[in-house]
Design a protein around this ligand. Structure first.
Ligand code: HEC
Length: 197
């Protein structure tokens, strides 16, 4: 709990840390780097391959997507076990998780009565983002827990339910980047608004 006492303690230790940092800055200006172990601060450890595997980002062209593959049928099982509770049996969303499909064609319309419905199907421009996002963030209660095989499968399932790919399509590192998302051309670049630099 953040009590007055802990606030005082925090302030006291932060002030000491700041004073030490100020002191270090002063010294490094005066003394040669060699005085600090060959110019290194000797903090932390070199990351191993398991740790590095947690840092990933898959661009639209699918570079560095991992090996593995999945189908709609495999993905249906993953979805039922790990996603349905929050995203609903028809991917329609619940109080706990977003609607994942539907809403195509609702983003651009001039009717104030028709709110845009943003989903993976209607909004996301790249299918690789779906893999990247689910790998990084889902299931919401256990992010990072799915294998790449499960990920390809659940992605195939969502894309199949959205009628973006055929239900017999195999999704893998080479097929995923080729998927044409419905809103692929709904984004403009560079930004044409005059007030945006
Ligand atoms: C415990 C509830 C929960 C579970 C289980 C869960 N999700 Fe989610 N999901 C969420 C929530 C909450 C969000 C919104 C997160 C946010 O906006 O930061 C979300 C967002 C998403 C989105 C982004 C939707 C959008 O349009 O922004 C996708 C895709 C998704 N989840 C897929 C999955 C998949 C696939 C699974 C199963 C492997 C799964 N989720 C399991 C709660 C859950």
């Amino acid at each position: 709990m953040f009590t007055r006492k802990s606030a005082e303690w925090f302030c006291a230790s932060a002030c000491v840390a700041l004073a030490a940092a100020g002191c270090a800055a002063q010294r490094s200006a005066d003394a040669p780097q060699a005085a600090y172990g060959g110019g290194k601060l000797n903090l932390g450890t070199a990351p191993g391959s398991a740790e590095m595997a947690r840092y990933f980002s898959y661009p639209a062209d699918g570079r560095a997507l991992p090996p593995g593959s999945g189908t709609y049928a495999d993905g249906a099982k993953v979805y039922q076990a790990k996603c349905v509770a929050c995203h609903g049996a028809k991917l329609e969303g619940t109080k706990l998780g977003d609607k994942l499909i539907g809403g195509r064609g609702t983003l651009v319309n001039n009717s104030p009565a028709k709110a845009p419905v943003k989903t993976v199907e209607s909004y996301w421009p790249y299918a690789t983002t779906l893999f990247d996002y689910v790998k990084r963030a889902m299931p919401f209660n256990a992010p990072g827990s799915l294998s790449d095989q499960e990920l390809y499968a659940v992605v195939a399932y969502i894309l199949g339910e959205a009628n973006i790919v055929a239900k017999n399509e195999v999704i893998n590192a080479s097929t995923l980047p080729k998927v044409q998302m419905p809103n692929r051309n709904g984004f403009v670049s560079p930004d044409p608004r005059p007030d945006v630099p």
